[in-house]
Ligand binder design. Structure first.
Ligand SMILES: *Cc1c(COP(=O)(O)O)cnc(C)c1O
Length: 394
């Protein structure tokens, strides 16, 4: 164990990922050579416009859509905001003011829904059960004459559960309701095909698939209403003003291509390592896996450990070189337990003792075993200090 203590294991890939070398190499010329403004008419501007055009076409190809259906944004949060505000605007125009979503969406969706509620929309948040899954039947049952929009994430960022997006898309189409999916966690491990899933809007974020931070995509189907959130110049066909983040966009296109190209190979590497990690951690007494055992992302492991406080667990693991997360990055730092863990029925005190490990394909078996051993030791150590734990389990 001594040698292993100098290990550094990044297991927080649901929070963000390391930029890939391919993406970095693609970005470099955008700073020094293709630095023009794509709206400028001179040569360096036109070179930038060509790079922008190529990136848009490459991303459209990966998602199976038209380049005119791709809108560049500042990331997953902005894409989620714009999709929901757009679907709601369409509803308002039609006099339909019900929106259906789930209790485990990212805050970028949930907080936008809160805003829409204040504007007079009614929001139905579907429960997900202990497995953290919704069904197309649940969605269909909730749809009424007033429904304008359904928003269900492709995969959850905390517990990794994968929702039946194609079936939900079919239900929405059947009832003439717009459908948005936050696919931020899916890129690189799940196939994304906007035609097959029948989505009207889809959100992606580059930094979740080894692209740069601060860049995202909103797919909006041709004909689906699109509201402008940022006013100004005519960039993104008038739907999102501001000089394009060309290095980010070019890096994102390169990262997405690489992620899609290596998807099957990466999933094949991840699955046995995820299984090893889950099986190892499940042996720790009074531990429980969060999220469905099978319908989960190949790199996601999320456990609760009774009698353990999440923040202490994270700090002690960090001392041992293991970088993980408790709940989502947006809620860690706040003391509220994760809304996702509460939604799958974990009591407050147990939700506080959660650990999310999200691994990348470059992790080794030796590193997985080191994580299992370290978590076991740290959990036992923390429990030995808990008077409550000793009283109930000692
Ligand atoms: C990270 C994340 C977002 C937010 O993306 P940003 O690019 O960081 O704004 C939205 N949804 C999900 C599911 C995420 O994991």
């Amino acid at each position: 164990m001594r040698i292993l203590q100098s290990m550094k294991i990044y297991a927080d890939n649901a929070a963000t990922t390391r930029l890939s070398q391919t993406a970095l190499a693609a970005m470099m010329p955008c700073f020094s050579e293709t630095y023009g403004n794509p709206s400028s008419l001179h040569s360096v501007g036109q070179k930038a416009a060509e790079a922008l055009y190529a990136a848009r076409a490459a991303i459209a190809k990966e998602l199976n859509c038209d380049a005119k259906e791709i809108y560049f944004t500042s990331g997953g949060s902005e894409s989620d905001n714009q999709a929901l505000m757009s679907g709601a605007a369409w509803g308002a125009k039609k006099g339909k003011k019900q929106i259906i979503s789930t209790a485990i969406e990212h805050h970028a969706v949930l907080h936008t829904l809160d805003k829409l509620k204040k504007q007079g929309f009614s929001v139905t948040l579907l429960p997900v059960g202990e497995a953290g899954l919704v069904s197309a039947a649940q969605v269909e049952e909730a749809i009424g004459p007033d429904t304008c929009l359904v928003s269900v994430m492709t995969a959850n960022n905390e517990i990794g559960t994968i929702q039946p997006i194609d079936e939900i898309g079919a239900v929405c189409k059947k009832h003439g309701v717009l459908f948005h999916t936050d696919a931020v966690q899916a890129a690189g491990t799940l196939p994304i095909d906007v035609k097959q899933s029948g989505v009207d809007y889809l959100s992606l974020s580059a930094h979740k698939f080894h692209g740069p931070k601060g860049t995202g995509v909103l797919f909006a189907r041709k004909g689906a209403m699109l509201e402008t959130l940022i006013e100004g110049g005519a960039q993104e066909r008038g739907k999102r003003a501001g000089t394009e983040n060309l290095p980010g966009i070019v890096g994102m296109a390169a990262a997405l291509h690489e992620a899609c190209e290596k998807r099957e190979e990466n999933v094949a590497k991840l699955l046995p390592l995820r299984e090893r990690l889950i099986e190892g951690l499940a042996k720790i007494p009074y531990s429980m896996l969060n999220g469905d055992r099978n319908m989960r992302l190949p790199g996601n492991v999320n456990f609760c450990f009774e009698g353990v406080e999440g923040e202490s667990l994270l700090l002690l693991l960090d001392d041992r070189g293991i970088e993980a997360s408790s709940g989502s990055a947006c809620t860690s730092g706040a003391l509220d337990p994760s809304h996702v863990l509460l939604a799958i029925g974990r009591p407050h005190e147990i939700a506080h003792g959660s650990l999310r490990l999200t691994i990348a394909p470059d992790i080794t078996e030796e590193e997985v075993d080191y994580i299992i051993a370290s978590v076991g030791e740290v959990v036992a150590y923390l429990r030995s200090f808990s008077p409550l734990w000793k009283k109930t389990h000692g």
